[in-house]
Design a protein around this ligand. Structure first.
Ligand SMILES: [Zn+2]
Ligand SMILES: [Zn+2]
Length: 378
């Protein structure tokens, strides 16, 4: 015999989840066992709770609509809906509707340890190619004297007398529903259900001790300033023998004397005299891979960029490297002796540049006028 859950809650078959919830809430107030303790009402409460359990769960509701009933009497599916020995998930439903927080049983003393963050200063060579570091960290490790239990050798935690090991105490309060029972964590044992009478002298009952530990870490090539590397399980162990947290390495890249990093590309500036720029030359530049000769073509202009492909920082987690971009600055000679001035005047005359007209180009507008444009758009 199938149950008609829609009829039980008094809703249409196309009722929205909200309507189902409202209908159940209204009935639950009337039929709550604490308000109405007679057996018939309790039976009805059980029925509406079952109906709600099915109709409030989209998956179960869909199955029910197709003819399957998880609570059909005598059916193979009975009990499959997660109903406990009491027949219905009383506390779950009550929590959902009436906010009566209930701690379920004693909680474990073991908790996960905290994460730790460690700053690691690296120079450009290390971030560009990766490195291995031995790092000293102040951390908490499991107490070897008590194996994280927190109890003195030869002793065990004793069952709490206040809550008899349940970890929670039940309070009775009067409300519009009648008497409502609320479970609270036991104040005596803090919800653990047990009390440590003789704490381990080594760790004072915490189950862990502070120490300095060395970890050897491999830092991959291509990391940059501000990046966090996660080392799972290398953080502090938890209290009560709980699992360790993670260790995060925060990469701090020290500025380089010559190279400025932009992503995986490096930038540097090389100054060449005017004559070299005009006639062409070869200069030796510093790279991460050592000194390298670079050709300056005749007629090189100030601001021109020479790119050395693949001479930058290695890409993180993929092959290849960034580039090295050399920005050329042409130096104009400042002080000239008589002979040099004479030569330059002759050169100017030869090139017809004694009174150059000057080449005018559209001005590069300043930051302020561009900002003004942005504001004027709105
Ligand atoms: Zn200990
Ligand atoms: Zn207790």
């Amino acid at each position: 015999m199938a149950n008609d859950y829609y009829a039980t809650l008094g809703v249409r078959r196309d009722a929205s989840p909200d309507e189902v919830k409202k209908a159940y809430r209204r009935l639950a107030r009337e039929l709550h066992p604490d308000v109405n303790p007679d057996p018939e009402t309790q039976e009805k409460f059980k029925e509406i709770t079952q109906a709600y359990e099915v109709l409030s769960d989209p998956q179960k509701r869909e199955m029910y609509d197709m003819g399957a009933d998880p609570f059909a009497r005598g059916g193979a599916g009975a009990g499959a809906g997660g109903f406990g020995a009491a027949g219905f998930p009383f506390s779950d439903i009550m929590d959902a509707f009436f906010g009566t927080a209930s701690a379920r049983g004693p909680r474990s003393r073991a908790r996960r340890g905290r994460n730790a963050t460690l700053r690691v200063e690296l120079d450009l060579n290390e971030t560009a190619f990766g490195t291995t570091r031995e790092l000293s960290i102040d951390t908490a490790v499991a107490c070897t004297s008590c194996q994280g239990e927190g109890t003195a050798p030869g002793t065990r935690p004793e069952t709490c007398e206040t809550c008899e090991g349940h970890g929670e105490v039940v309070m009775r309060q009067r409300s519009f529903l009648g008497e409502v029972r609320t479970a609270r964590p036991c104040p005596q044992c803090g919800g653990f259900g047990s009390v440590i009478r003789t704490p381990c002298p080594e760790c004072s009952g915490d189950g862990r001790v502070r120490t300095r530990r060395t970890v050897k870490v491999k830092i991959p090539a291509g990391v940059e300033n501000g990046i966090h590397i996660q080392l799972a399980g290398e953080g502090e162990v938890g209290p009560g023998g709980g699992p360790p947290g993670d260790l995060f390495l925060e990469i701090v890249e020290k500025p380089h004397a010559i190279f400025e990093r932009e992503g995986d590309d490096l930038h540097c500036t090389v100054e060449i005299p005017m004559t070299a720029a005009a006639l062409g030359t070869s200069v030796t530049v510093e790279t991460l891979d050592g000194a390298e000769d670079v050709d300056i073509k005749p007629g090189t202009q100030s601001g021109q960029v020479i790119t050395l492909y693949g001479r930058g920082v290695r890409h993180l987690n993929e092959s290849g490297r960034g580039d090295l971009l050399i920005h050329v600055t042409v130096e104009t000679p400042g002080r000239l002796d008589e002979e040099q001035e004479e030569l330059l005047r002759r050169l100017a005359k030869l090139r017809g540049e004694e009174r150059p007209p000057g080449k005018f180009a559209p001005g590069q507008r300043g930051v302020f006028s561009r900002l003004r444009d942005v504001f004027n758009q709105h």
